[in-house]
Design a binder for this molecule. Structure first.
Ligand code: GLN
Length: 541
């Protein structure tokens, strides 16, 4: 029988519930258990695909093409749980499905209500992830206890122990104990209130994970246990990790959280093997080299907008024994101040994906700088399209070349919509999405990095390289080194005359793991390290 763990959050948002859930998944996997991960998001959007990265951070794309919450990125980076559409549900999805059933007449004349119809739909979404081969499903509930929109979800998970047995369910609540400087005291009251709210709904948490800046101390733990009706050993302190998020699981092992979960759910398990993770932290702490990579983007000030890109750079650093310092460069500032000022001295330039015209000229300038100064360049999705635009304008002399996303009337639409996207009117889930196969030219940086010529990578875009310009690009030295198997779609371009210039139409950042860096990110950082040493020799520092 599959056991279910529910992770809720209280006091404030941004406590790192996703990271903690992913870490729990990792610990249980390292104890030999088969785990599935899931996120329930109480917002009304059917998926985060239509939300601005400024509001909600990055949209994380899965192999099956679903556009999901960025916490699923943590799940994939920390665990081996296979993720699909079933791994992320929103209020919008739950209601759409219930309304569709109502229109079909499935409810046979009944009044359709939040309880039981919406809650039944939620329960089905949770229980569906279980199965004979699954030991544990970890379901994280987005938002904070007390949010109006979270109520149907809480009510649904409250009911689950009644359906499948109390002994098969575990409620973990993540809270915050703030430290008040003026009083020189840690305050447990917000935690008491948030657990109080949960208990009013009918959920008694089994384990509290307490986020705190400073050590909590035994007295505070005992106080929390008493007032929240939780066993003393079930109050787990989770101190802030300044160095790396990858330290979180190690902290939880030290607090014996895995033992506690195993014991409470009576799970069969083997001793924990966390050696690989310890080795990762050791490598992160002891780099041999250091490089600076500029990430030139539109959503630079939002910490989570390029989450997987930053994580992938860190993984690539581990693979190259290198500390990767990221310089976040606003594409708009670059447009105004010029590349010299903002990019001089960096060892590599990365342009990530994006939508909308703002900052485009800055990105194109960043590409020109990388190309002309022979600085390793890695373009991703929109970053690839900008590389193509730049090359068309400055190497092919096609004046005003652009993407038809930004300049419909351009004489040279080197990036344009292909047939299947022309008729699309709806914005939600209508892009070219999910895993697509790609064939690589054997004599390319890409093939060298992957060590093979057949790959598949995740996509999320509408526009494509315009095939009409292909021959001109090849003649001038920008080659399509990766294409769809039928040869029609250009998925990768490279400039062989440049030390490392690789631009891809897909999103490799969604397939990088801390202990298995993505080959292209690893290749890019390796090229940046080489560039750094070369310039050091030439005395350019
Ligand atoms: N806006 C571009 C397109 O739709 C690029 C998308 C992206 O970078 N994810 O094709």
């Amino acid at each position: 029988m599959t056991k279910h763990i529910f992770v809720t959050g209280g006091v404030v948002s941004s406590l790192g519930k996703g990271l903690t859930s992913a870490s729990i998944g990792l610990l249980l996997e390292q104890r030999g258990l088969n785990v599935r991960m899931q996120k329930l998001d109480p917002y009304i959007n059917v998926d985060p695909g239509t939300m601005s990265p400024f509001q909600h951070g990055e949209v994380y794309v899965l192999d099956d093409g679903s556009e999901t919450d960025l916490d699923l990125g943590h799940y994939e980076r920390f665990t081996n749980s296979p993720l699909s559409r079933k791994s992320n549900y929103t209020t919008g999805q739950i209601y759409s499905s219930v309304i569709e059933k109502e229109r079909r007449g499935d409810y046979l004349g009944n009044t359709v209500q939040v309880v039981p119809h919406i809650t039944d739909e939620i329960k089905e979404a949770v229980l569906n992830l279980g199965g004979s081969d699954v030991d544990v499903v970890i379901t994280e509930l987005g938002g904070t206890v007390g949010d109006i929109e979270g109520l149907p979800f809480l009510e649904a998970i409250r009911q689950i122990p009644l359906d499948i047995g109390k002994e098969n369910c575990l409620f973990i609540h993540l809270t915050l104990v703030p430290y008040l400087k003026a009083a020189q005291e840690a305050k447990t009251k917000p935690t008491q209130h948030s657990v109080g709210q949960l208990r009013q709904i009918g959920i008694q948490p089994d384990i509290l994970i307490v986020r705190t800046e400073r050590e909590l101390g035994r007295e505070n733990c005992e106080k929390i246990a008493l007032f929240c009706n939780v066993e003393k050993n079930a109050v787990i302190e989770e101190r802030d990790k300044d160095f790396s998020i990858y330290e979180v699981p190690l902290g939880l092992v030290e607090s014996k959280l895995d033992q506690l979960i195993i014991q409470k759910l009576q799970l069969p398990s083997q001793p924990i093997d966390i050696g690989q993770w310890r080795d990762l932290i050791h490598r992160l702490r002891n780099p041999q080299h250091e490089v600076t990579i500029a990430v030139v983007g539109k959503y630079i000030e939002h910490r989570d907008a390029y989450k997987s890109i930053y994580e992938s750079l860190e993984h690539a650093g581990v693979a190259n024994e290198t500390r990767v310092l990221v310089k976040r460069v606003s594409a708009e500032e670059l447009e105004a101040d010029g590349p010299e000022l903002l990019l001089r001295g960096v060892d590599g330039i990365l342009c990530p994906g994006g939508f909308g015209e703002r900052g485009i000229e800055g990105k194109v300038e960043a590409v020109r700088f990388a190309r002309e100064c022979e600085i390793p360049y890695f373009g991703i999705c929109l970053g690839m399209q900008c590389a193509v635009i730049e090359f068309a304008r400055n190497a092919l002399g096609l004046e005003g070349a652009h993407s038809s996303e930004f300049a419909d009337e351009t004489e040279h639409p080197v990036i344009c919509l292909l047939d299947e996207q022309r008729s699309v009117t709806h914005k939600g889930a209508t892009m070219r999405l999910g895993a697509q196969p790609c064939v690589l030219e054997s004599d390319s940086h890409s093939a060298e990095a992957y060590g093979k010529t057949e790959i598949d990578e995740r996509h999320r875009h509408r526009y494509e390289f315009n095939p009409e310009y292909r021959d001109q690009f090849i003649a001038a030295g920008m080659l399509p080194t990766g294409t769809s198997p039928d040869g029609k779609l250009v998925e990768i371009v490279e400039i062989p005359a440049h030390p490392w210039f690789v631009a891809v139409q897909f999103h490799p950042e969604f397939k990088s793991k801390p202990i298995a860096a993505h080959p292209l990110f690893a290749g890019f950082v390796a090229a940046a390290v080489q560039q750094h040493h070369q310039r050091q020799h030439q005395g350019q520092f």
